[in-house]
Design a protein around this ligand. Structure first.
Ligand code: ATP
Ligand code: MN
Length: 487
């Protein structure tokens, strides 16, 4: 456990979470927070972000200045002092009988957008600087933070070393997606080569650079010295995909383990996901109960056939209590080829032959209709996967694995990495990648190469699953998507 360095927190005001769990009746308290609602000129629902619940503050109407009462409105920041008492009203066990109140910052009731009523998620996205003041978004963001903590805790407790891989990368060989260029060249008047192309030798780094799409290649170098490592940082993809599961800037968790083969990798990924979900089930009970209610209300709006069979909490428990189904790509293709939507040509992409890339409609069919549980697909055809994945003995498939989740689709993409120098060089050549770009990556196969594996898990997709939110834009503080970088 971490200990407090000094008593700075005790010197500050208490918070509502602690008062609700351990506050003593008749004791004196002082609190600061924001007004969530104000009724009958007497009852303030105060929230300070420490917990979902508000604390009712009852002001003495007669003893309080009328001008001051006028300034209490939804959204205002206030400081109160008073005594904790058992509440007379229903809805709360304790409340504060306020002895003094100070308005720290007024809030204009005419223009404040976050009124105590239901707002649409679309509306709130346009007010992303204020949406975290709603119950829904404060709950999501606390769960997000708890998940992030659980990630670091899981890896630290299991002997992994956290690595901060670079955000700016000079290699565009990763092949994971379209990249954002990083440059200080003058866009209107860039230095040119004789053939008219841009001369990046004159750019800041003396070469073309981009924002990273993955920390994997660098993480591999560290795994080959530190054994088990992980990165957890921002990644960027300039894909023009306006889906509910893609962001242009998202956070990725990428463990990389020396001496792990694909089976070890799948075992780790499954255990890791179960562990962090268990952590929030245990530590975010109030927020998850609220999000569960919200999820179930949303589901009721949908036509029967599209409704989730499980509540959010049931879904989370299901994942922690059941084994993920492991299925080879080849088996999956057989299932899909013989499936009803394939035969009736209901899929947009009909599966005809082995080798076809799986679209999200196929992934969803497998997870949501056929298996009805999380699925790990492995051993994909080499030509639909990246160059660094380990070739199987059949010469056709690679030791790749994707984890597919109900309602989310792909949550993890990983593989055993090709550790054999010649095989890797051949693959790089076959895919027409410039070997010179990857000299340091290839070097790992020259000096003490070993079987190793890793995966990438999109943190926001995990948060989506844990919170039951349908759109990835609602689980990151300020989403970056095509045509949108406000805030
Ligand atoms: P998808 O097929 O869903 O676009 P991908 O195959 O491009 O994903 P990978 O390159 O394997 O994804 O990245 C690893 C993980 O990162 C994915 O399993 C997913 O959880 C997450 N991820 C990938 N792209 C995005 C994105 N644009 N926004 C949010 N998360 C993403
Ligand atoms: Mn993938």
């Amino acid at each position: 456990m971490l200990v407090k360095y000094n008593d700075i927190f005790d010197m500050k005001t208490a918070n509502i979470k602690n008062i609700l769990s351990e506050g003593v009746v008749h004791s004196k308290v002082s609190l600061k927070g924001w007004v969530k609602s104000f009724r009958s000129n007497r009852f303030i629902a105060l929230n300070d972000g420490s917990t979902l619940s508000n604390l009712q503050c009852v002001i003495d109407f007669e003893a309080t200045d009328e001008a001051l009462i006028k300034k209490i409105s939804v959204g205002a920041a206030i400081a109160v002092e008073g005594t904790l008492e058992e509440s007379q009203g229903k809805g709360q066990a304790i409340e504060i009988q306020v002895s003094s109140i100070e308005i720290l910052g007024e809030s204009d009731p005419e223009t404040y957008p976050i009124q105590p009523k239901k707002h649409s998620l679309e509306f709130l996205r346009e007010k992303a600087h204020l949406r975290v003041r709603t119950n829904t978004f404060s709950a999501i963001m606390r769960v997000r933070a708890a998940l992030s903590f659980a990630v670091h805790q899981y890896f630290t407790q299991n002997g992994f070393v956290n690595v901060h891989t670079p955000i700016i990368t000079g290699s565009d060989a990763e092949g994971a997606g379209e990249m954002f260029r990083v440059t200080t060249l003058d866009g209107k008047n860039p230095p040119l080569n004789e053939d008219g192309s841009i001369n990046y030798k004159e750019d800041f780094f003396g070469k073309e650079t981009n924002l990273t799409v993955s920390g994997q290649l660098e993480a591999e170098t560290f795994a080959m010295a530190l054994g088990k490592v992980y990165t957890f940082g921002p990644t960027f993809r300039a894909e023009n995909s306006n889906t509910s599961r893609h962001l242009a800037e998202f956070w990725m968790i990428e463990p990389e383990m020396a001496f792990f083969d694909l089976n070890d990798n799948m075992d780790l990924a499954e255990d890791f996901i179960k562990s962090v979900i268990s952590y929030v089930l245990e530590n975010c009970k109030e927020d998850l109960a609220f999000l569960d209610q919200r999820f179930n209300d949303e589901e009721k709006q949908k036509p029967q056939a599209q409704r989730s069979e499980m509540t959010l909490l049931e879904k989370l428990k299901f994942v922690t209590e059941n084994n993920f189904k492991r299925v080879s790509y080849t088996e999956a293709i057989d299932i899909l080829r013989n499936s009803k939507p394939n035969k009736k040509k209901k899929f947009d992409y009909i599966i005809e032959e082995w080798g076809a890339d799986l679209q999200s409609e196929h992934e969803r069919y497998l997870v949501e209709k056929h298996f009805n549980c999380p699925v790990i697909l492995y051993d994909y055809p080499a030509n639909i996967k990246a160059f660094y994945m380990r070739m199987n003995e059949d010469g056709k498939t690679v030791r790749a694995m994707d984890i597919l989740f109900p309602g989310i689709g792909e949550i993890v993409g990983g593989s055993q990495r090709e550790e054999r120098l010649e095989v890797l060089q051949e693959r790089i050549k076959a895919l027409d990648i410039d070997e010179k770009e990857l000299w340091w990556y290839i070097d790992l196969r020259r000096y003490g190469s070993a079987v190793h594996s890793g995966f990438g898990l999109g943190f926001e997709r995990l948060v989506q699953f844990a919170t039951g939110m349908g759109n990835i834009r609602d689980v990151i503080p300020f989403p970056r998507t095509p045509q949108n970088a406000e805030f």
